[in-house]
Design a protein around this ligand. Structure first.
Ligand code: AMP
Ligand code: MN
Ligand code: MN
Ligand code: MN
Length: 281
């Protein structure tokens, strides 16, 4: 009934904010967070639609961070989407995204794939331009059979079109989230290739900077991975979050409303959110 990680056309999802909320409603979700990459533009529309449907929309964002050369995603929940610090920070990430996109297009051009910047822009409805938009262009021009195949053969380390990019740092991301009244959670923690020691160092640094949450249940986690992060949440006294990371039909890890429940041992990140608990009970 609760899903705290999802995407709309404002970032790289396939459904508009309204369509996404309607979709969540049909799947029995009562509390949804829209967490577009580096952009909060869709929250107003999503909030209106959620109201009409008797749902609760948590204002969220998924911020791209570089930590020791690794890309890490931090979800901010219950942020004030009009906060200047947050808006300026996100805007600077989007500028960086556009510069990266130009470089990606140049790199693809060098292996004979022309027009990918314009091609990717056709799929981007709003201010953020990401690899998923390039992936759709590559699928539609016959360079890969689906988006998943693109992320095997292009745009990833060692493959054509990959550009190493430096996002904002962890401290900035947490500062923006906290200054806008939100709470930070590490998104899909099993998806980072950090190695054991770096993972522990990252978790400690996140905690020291005031980070409080972690996605124990994620659409991209296996059962074993959820168990691992259930233990880590317990060890580090993190609040536990749950999110499908839904991007739309056909390109998502998991359907909304199909995730396992949070394990009993976890303290839910929404524990003190009265309005949310009233809806869930
Ligand atoms: P970006 O932030 O522009 O580098 O793009 C990252 C996004 O690409 C993620 O949020 C996913 O939506 C998508 N993505 C990354 N890896 C994969 C994959 N293996 N299969 C499908 N989509 C992926
Ligand atoms: Mn995405
Ligand atoms: Mn992510
Ligand atoms: Mn996501």
């Amino acid at each position: 009934m609760i899903d705290l990680h999802s995407h709309s056309t404002i970032s790289d999802g396939l459904l508009s904010p309204t369509e996404l909320v309607r979709h969540a409603h049909t799947k029995g979700i009562k509390v949804l967070s829209l967490t577009d990459h580096d952009d909060v533009e869709g929250l107003k529309e999503a909030t209106s639609e959620a109201k009409l449907l008797g749902m609760h929309l948590i204002h969220g964002v998924e911020i791209s961070v570089t930590w020791k050369r690794a890309t890490i995603h931090i979800v901010g929940l219950n942020v004030d989407s009009e906060n200047k610090t947050l808006l300026q920070g996100l805007s600077s990430i989007r500028d960086g995204r556009f510069e990266r996109a130009k470089q990606m297009a140049h790199a693809l051009g060098q292996i004979g794939i022309k027009g990918s910047l314009e091609g990717a822009l056709k799929y981007a409805k709003s201010g953020i331009l990401g690899r998923t938009h390039f992936a759709r262009f590559l699928v539609d021009t016959g360079h890969a059979k689906d988006v998943r195949a693109v992320f095997k053969n292009y745009l990833v380390k060692g493959k054509p079109g990959f550009i190493e990019h430096t996002w904002t740092n962890l401290e900035n991301a947490l500062t923006w989230i906290h200054e806008s009244g939100g709470i930070a959670a590490i998104a899909h923690p099993a998806r980072y290739d950090l190695g054991k020691n770096n993972l522990l160092a990252f978790l400690s640094e996140f905690k020291e900077l005031g980070g409080q949450g972690i996605e124990v249940i994620s659409g991209s986690h296996t059962t074993e991975q959820s168990l691992k992060f259930e233990r880590i949440a317990d060890d580090y006294e993190f609040l536990a979050s749950i999110g499908s990371d839904y991007h739309g039909p056909g390109i998502s890890y998991r359907e909304m409303g199909s995730l396992p429940k949070l394990p009993e041992t976890c303290v839910p990140i929404w524990k003190t959110w009265n309005e949310v608990n009233a809806l869930l009970n």
